[in-house]
Design a protein around this ligand. Structure first.
Ligand code: XIL
Length: 326
């Protein structure tokens, strides 16, 4: 049983897993059985798509003004090519993991526009033709649904979102352009309303947006229901041609026990089932697939076990749960 194989049979375009250069993965030194990771990742029936978890972020690709370095991003792009996977490129304009110089300079609006434009063209033209999808703007919303007060917003207001999509469309016309965020999986959330506002902002200005990416960093013990997912997916699908779960993981508050693993399984299943039910949902991407490489324990203390593969390579109930749904 393999995830991408069965997901496609169920009508999805892909089931994928994000990954990164060995040096960028969360744990070093790596487990001795590291080649096992490469083997599972490469299996074209297991994963049909990938995303670099870090390598294409601003701090790595443009560490100094106008100085580009694609070493890390190219590693995953080449891996995708070698293993026959779709590539999701991530992320052009984001407040986090920015190169320090972007935040340390006091920009006039025109200067910052030129900085964003050079970045988008520099990166998107480099990857031109390789990215099935681009996360053009990532996490532009605050927890209360208003715009996040990033350097981009503080200097340019919502204009930066419009310009980013416009420039991305010019730099790589063949890729699907996405707005991507977390906490936009539930229909009644203020952030979901914010994401819809952003989509409308672009559409009203006649600027192309192809999709909304729900990151899907979920909690086992308080996850959206299937109906929640279907409602939210449908709301986006009324406005854009496609939607996707782009960074799925379902974290568990330690200690892990059987009932928490069962909630987690259900959460993964609701995501899969809703994506099957809503025709515009093109696919699901795990935010890596192997627990030792998960970002969760580093950012959410007392949480872990978020991914289908355990450290010892056994699989969690969530894995079979997904296969059941597909
Ligand atoms: C995370 C990476 O997985 C970590 O390795 C890194 O230290 C921080 O960023 N939303 C996103 C992703 O869009 O880029 C983030 O990835 C997780 C949350």
């Amino acid at each position: 049983a393999q995830l991408h194989y069965w997901a496609q049979k169920a009508g999805l375009e892909f089931f994928g897993a994000a990954t990164d250069t060995p040096g960028f993965r969360e744990r070093a030194p790596y487990p001795a059985q590291y080649s096992k990771y490469d083997e599972i990742f490469a299996d074209p029936k297991e994963f049909g798509q990938t995303t670099p978890t870090n390598g294409q972020k601003w701090m790595f690709v443009e560490p100094e003004p106008g100085v580009f370095n694609f070493t890390e991003g190219d590693y995953v792009a080449n891996l995708a090519k070698k293993t026959g996977k779709l590539l999701r490129c991530h992320a052009l304009v984001w407040h986090s993991q920015l190169a320090p110089w972007v935040e340390q300079t006091k920009w006039t609006p025109d200067e910052l526009k030129a900085v964003i434009k050079r970045h988008i063209f520099g990166v998107a033209e480099h990857y031109k033709g390789q990215c099935a999808h681009w996360d053009v703007v990532n996490e532009a919303l605050d927890e209360d649904g208003s715009y996040r007060k990033s350097v981009f917003y503080n200097v340019l207001g919502e204009e930066y979102i419009k310009l980013s999509f416009q420039w991305a469309a010019e730099a790589d016309p063949g890729t699907k352009l996405y707005y991507n965020d977390y906490g936009i999986e539930r229909p009644a959330s203020v952030k979901t309303a914010g994401a819809i506002r952003i989509v409308k902002l672009l559409k009203d200005a006649g600027i192309r947006i192809d999709g909304v990416g729900m990151q899907g960093h979920l909690h086992a013990d308080n996850h959206p229901t299937m109906e929640d997912h279907v409602k939210t997916l449908t709301a986006y699908a009324e406005l854009v041609p496609e939607v996707a779960f782009t960074e799925l993981d379902v974290r568990i508050k330690v200690p892990v026990n059987e009932s928490k693993l069962a909630w987690q399984k259900e959460s993964y299943q609701f995501v899969a089932e809703s994506c099957i039910r809503v025709p515009q949902c093109v696919g699901i991407t795990l935010w890596d697939f192997y627990d030792p490489f998960s970002w969760i324990p580093h950012v959410f203390p007392d949480n872990g076990a978020a991914l289908p593969w355990n450290e010892d390579w056994s699989k969690k109930p969530a894995y079979d749960g997904l296969i059941e749904i597909f």
